[in-house]
Design a protein around this ligand. Sequence first.
Ligand code: NDP
Length: 241
Amino acid sequence: MKGREPAVRRTALVTGANRGIGLEVCRQLAHRGLRVVLTGRDGAATRAAAAALRGEGLDVLDAILDVRQEGAAARLAERLRQAGIRVDVLVNNAAVYPEGALLEAPPEAFREALATNFAGALWTCRAFVPAMLAAGHGRVVNVSSDYGSFGAGLEGPAAYSLSKAALNALTVKLAAAVSGDVKVNAAHPGWVRTRMGGPASFRSPAARTPEAAARGIVWLATLSSRGPNGGFFRDHRRIPW
Ligand code: NDP
């Protein structure tokens, strides 16, 4: 159309995306026309998940990323940069769910939860947000949980709850540090029928599908420049920190 800027092709990177909500976020982002870098820690599972989406006609690359490994996200960012790919949208989805109460859970539960659910997101933000700031555009979505909400009582297994509260704090802190059209928000997907939310952890299976849960995350990942920064949302509604 005359006088109209050509649409910019955006690239999104999603962590822990070989299954569950992350995989569905990749599918929905690709359906919206974004190029997607689907990442996971397991090479075979990650390649298979990306191949399945490519089989649906979607533009999906795959890359191995174990978010616990300090430096891995920075190395991936550099590899993508050398390939001419700048990440415009980062979805920190990877997480583990160690069980146990505060005074009883083994130390490894706290180490694993904090290293994955909190530090994993911190390393990816440090790897990918500087280029967003330089470009003046970017979206970060931290997939959190109401178990990490002070306002909702910090319920759930202790290590998981503390790690998601820390992820929420990271969201607030990073949102205050960004400028330009860069937005950082957190999402609670609800109780979702995945391996984490499935019958293995609870007496009854979750009612919510990954498709429904992913919509609120994708909304935050594709916010217009008028959208919020520094909020915590379930679907399109704010929820308390
Ligand atoms: P799943 O357990 O189905 O998937 C978790 C994903 O994270 C898997 O792909 C897993 O990979 C990946 N992962 C774990 N550790 C790492 C790591 N070190 N590096 C890279 N990837 C890793 O969970 P959901 O899809 O249900 O959860 C997605 C997000 O939603 C999480 O942040 C979770 O906390 C949140 N959430 C989920 C709820 C639910 O009811 N399901 C409720 C509230 C929040 P692998 O296959 O290799 O293990």
